[in-house]
Design a protein. Structure first.
Lengths: 560, 317
């Protein structure tokens, strides 16, 4: 019960074994350690981030000016489909589950996830899902000759995916890859939920969990619910394509709109599945670098679960143009606007945390501040899109593309970078360079704003999304050129980041156990943590066990 | 002429209703942005760590119920205001009653062009929609029935009307009441396959008199010109007529655009090229050059047949 129980680094911290390359590889492939699996997820996600970024670059080059012929329409449509699918299923979800895997057991004071083997299965299913999707470039055999990737868009609206309009196997690769990865995702979600519910260390009640754990818990619970309609839709599509089903076959009385309902029942909560871990990172990093406890912990928990529940009732705001009744349109607009309330509460609580603090501008905090500003804008353009009559103009235009890239890059990717800089020292024992971090931050922010601020304008000027080229008389040229220029800055920023990682692994300065003077349990163990995490299970009395340990004269548990 | 399809330059009652509402939403969200971004900027500047601060932690504050309630109630009120205005605007636009003078048009989305039918007037055309100005005192808006023959498409002419999708096995509706004559551009805005980008739509808004003239010319049967007889023979004896119709010939295909008044249209291939005899020739010989992936096949005609066919087609005014 004493705070001494928090010196948990473990004597034999260095469990890295020296072995041949093959032995090391074997260790990583057969590992069931949540930390290694977490890192595998993250590395896998970063590799596909580079691939998806390359696809985006090809599209941006093609769109730099009107009526260019850099790539054919067929290639462009494949790039568009693969970029979206990759970024959502092979980058966003794996990186976030990677962090969840790495952090949740450490933060709740557990020695591993509840089901280590399920954890490994989940990762490898996800991994093979990705490889299967990309094998389509060799084996897709679509409409345009041997070997092609899917070209039906990342939400693959029926009946474009039926055998009449999508010949060959490219759509099947897409369907099966998502189905396979989805099973892995469900396994990992079950694992996180069980770990949070059953493996918390003594003293850690639900109300004393770090906010990040609450958020990973919410995200996993949502994942369990929403992967179901997605998997069901994929199975129905398979039945349509191979067993003569007519779920989405409009020529035989099927419904194209039903696919949209199933897909967005997954697709919209999925956005929150992605952004809630972003909130998790911000909710850990902002307090530490403001040197204050999170403001309004119960309100943050309530807002998180509130977003989780509300997000299940907003899916049809992607469908305001499909001709639903005015009552249905109104309902989905209202629920969507209501999501703005808990989201606003979160932003205010982060501001409240900074208010009266002493803000340190370390790289993780820089990215979190960028996140706050950009996510504010993303949220407000979200309100515009929820406003049905405005959405009738903006839906499926470049304004929407700008909006969700604001959410996923300006919001999520910024917090992922923040998390990388924040937890890299814990995972590797080495600090990332602050100087390179500054370059990374500013180049990325400049590139991001060049591309995505500008991208709203062609949407307002009538440019639909997913077009491989456009006419010269529409007034879209100059904005598209600026968007493309911004990509170069972002690409350079990512290259600097990767170089920073390599450089720091080789020559970085040692981090020590607790380089940021932080308060959650993972900072009580050595960097990198030993295989078993905690030699002695910790006992906690407040939400910030390390604060209590460092300030025995004024511990948190006096006030909570 | 400024052809930019700017949603903030409405020229119809429908688009103007969306525009007015959008300005309100922009105003509210803009105000929220200014307030919150200012608070953020203030916090970053005011509460930055200063030299000498490192040793002492700031006072720890865990929250405040009053403050939480305040910043919950204010957004709730904003959402209520937005909700009321949204409900009213949705109803006004989506459930607008059809006045007796309305023009009926059926638009059918196809990979990758628009079939346009005027059931009351007996006109069939493609890709270029002609409609009259609607005078608010004696309204003649255009009411569209939206269908699809293959995959999902979306009808969007930003200066005249917001989007409505064309979905197979489903009937959707939209309407437009243009205020000024002119040419307004739009295009398909739901991804529909390879040539989604070149599924362009042109809406010509005429004065009432001009619209009546256009209707009259579209209703005239084409005059058979003797010098074009060879080309007409080519049309009637090759695969053209499997997909295309020309009134007064045996061609009555429905898969491609009706060609009865082909030369009354300014563009070919759903706006992919200008409708000139040279482009027409290229389009028949090698459609890939104008619109790669298009479902129009290369017709494999002899040069002589091609010349005759083009000579015939340019008589279809």
């Amino acid at each position: 019960m004493t705070s001494d129980s928090l010196t948990l680094g473990g004597a034999g911290a260095a469990d890295a074994r020296d072995g041949t390359f093959l032995e090391t590889l074997h260790d990583w492939v057969v590992t069931v350690d949540h930390k290694r699996l977490g890192l595998l997820y993250i590395v896998y996600g970063i590799v596909f981030l580079a691939v998806g970024g390359l696809e985006a670059t090809i599209m941006r080059v093609q769109l730099a000016a009107a009526n260019l012929h850099v790539v054919s329409p067929q290639v462009f449509n494949r790039m568009m489909t693969m970029h979206g699918t990759t970024m959502v299923f092979l980058v966003g979800v794996p990186i976030l589950f990677g962090f969840g895997n790495y952090l949740v057991p450490l933060m709740v004071g557990a020695r591993d996830m509840a089901f280590p083997r399920l954890n490994a299965l989940g990762f490898w299913l996800t991994a093979f899902g990705g490889f299967l999707l990309y094998f389509s470039f060799l084996g897709g055999d679509g409409l345009y000759g041997a070997g092609s990737a899917p070209d039906v868009g990342w939400f693959a609206y029926a009946p474009l995916t039926s055998t009449a309009f999508s010949k060959g196997h490219s759509t099947d690769y897409w369907t099966l890859a998502i189905l396979l990865g989805g099973f892995g995702t469900i396994g990992t979600a079950i694992n996180i939920i069980t770990t949070v519910l059953c493996l918390r260390c003594p003293g850690m009640t639900l109300g004393k969990m770090p906010l990040a754990v609450w958020m990973f818990f919410t995200m996993s619970a949502m994942t369990l619910v929403v992967m179901t309609p997605l998997s069901a839709a994929q199975i129905m599509l398979c039945i349509d394509r191979y067993l003569g089903g007519h779920f989405f076959d409009t020529q035989a009385g099927g419904s194209a709109v039903i696919w949209q309902h199933f897909f967005w029942m997954f697709g919209h909560p999925e956005v929150y599945v992605l952004i809630i871990p972003g909130f998790a990172f911000a909710s850990e990093i902002i307090p530490v670098f403001s040197r204050k406890a999170i403001f309004g912990y119960p309100a943050m928990v309530a807002a998180t679960t509130g977003i989780g529940f509300l997000s299940m009732g907003v899916w049809a705001h992607h469908m305001f143009t499909v001709g639903m009744s005015s009552h249905a349109n109104t309902f989905f607009a209202l629920i969507t606007m209501a999501v703005g309330i808990p989201t606003g509460i979160k932003i205010f609580n982060w501001l409240g945390t900074m208010w009266g603090g002493k803000i340190r501008f370390a790289t993780p905090m820089m990215f979190c501040l960028g996140f706050l500003f950009q996510f504010l804008i993303a949220g407000l353009t979200g309100i515009m899109l929820a406003a049905v009559p405005f959405d009738w103009q903006l839906s499926d235009s470049y304004f929407v593309v700008a909006h969700f890239h604001y959410v996923l890059l300006g919001g999520l990717l910024m917090t992922i970078f923040a998390a990388m800089y924040y937890w890299f020292p814990k995972a590797t024992g080495k600090m990332l360079s602050q100087t390179l971090g500054r370059w990374h931050f500013w180049l990325f922010v400049i590139g991001f704003h060049l591309t995505f601020d500008t991208m709203h304008i062609p949407g307002i000027l009538g440019m639909p999304r997913r077009i491989y080229t456009y006419e010269a008389d529409r007034g879209w040229d100059v904005f598209n050129l600026i968007c493309t220029v911004g990509v170069a800055f972002q690409a350079l920023a990512i290259v600097l980041f990767l170089w920073n990682v390599v450089r720091s692994l080789l020559w970085g300065k040692d981090a020590g156990n607790d380089p940021w003077d932080a308060w959650t349990l993972e900072w009580a163990v050595s960097s990198p943590p030993p295989h078993y995490n905690f030699a002695l299970l910790p006992v906690v009395r407040s939400r910030r066990p390390l604060w209590d340990f460092k300030h025995p004269e004024d511990p948190d548990w006096l006030y909570e | 002429m400024n052809l930019v399809p700017n949603i903030f330059a409405p020229v119809s009652g429908h688009a103007r209703a969306l525009y007015t509402y959008s300005m309100l939403v922009l105003g509210i969200t803009g105000a929220i942005f200014v307030v919150v971004a200012s608070l953020l900027a203030y916090a970053v500047v005011r509460f930055r760590e200063r030299p000498g601060d490192e040793r002492v932690e700031p006072p720890q504050i865990y929250g405040s119920d009053q403050v939480e309630i305040a910043w919950t109630v204010i957004p709730v009120l904003i959402v209520i205001v937005l909700a009321l205005v949204t409900t009213r605007t949705i109803h006004a636009v989506q459930d607008a009653p059809k006045p007796p003078g309305a023009i009926e048009v059926t638009a059918i989305g196809r990979q990758w062009w628009w079939e346009l039918r005027y059931p009351d007037l007996g006109i069939v055309t493609a890709n270029e929609l002609h409609i009259p100005v609607s005078d608010p005192r004696n309204p003649t808006p255009t009411y569209l029935t939206l269908l699809s023959a293959d995959v999902a498409h979306s009808f969007w002419v930003p200066r005249l009307a917001g989007k409505t999708d064309l979905i197979p096995n489903r009937v959707n509706h939209t309407w437009m009441d243009p205020e000024q004559p002119g040419l307004y551009l739009g295009q398909c805005s739901e991804y529909c396959g390879t040539q989604h980008a070149k599924m362009l739509l042109r809406v010509y808004v005429h004065t009432r008199e001009d619209f009546a003239k256009w209707v009259a010319t579209q209703k005239e049967a084409p005059v058979a010109e003797p010098k074009a007889a060879a080309g007409r023979h080519v049309f009637e004896t090759t695969a053209c007529l499997n997909c295309h119709a020309v009134q007064g010939t045996v061609g009555n295909g429905r898969f491609g655009p009706d060609l009865t008044h082909l030369m009354s249209r300014e563009t070919l291939a759903s706006g992919a090229a200008l409708n000139t005899p040279e482009n027409l020739r290229t389009w028949i010989r090698a459609p890939e050059r104008l619109k790669p992936g298009s479902l129009m096949p290369a017709m494999q005609l002899e040069d002589r047949e091609l010349d005759d066919l083009v000579a015939y087609l340019v008589t279809l005014r």
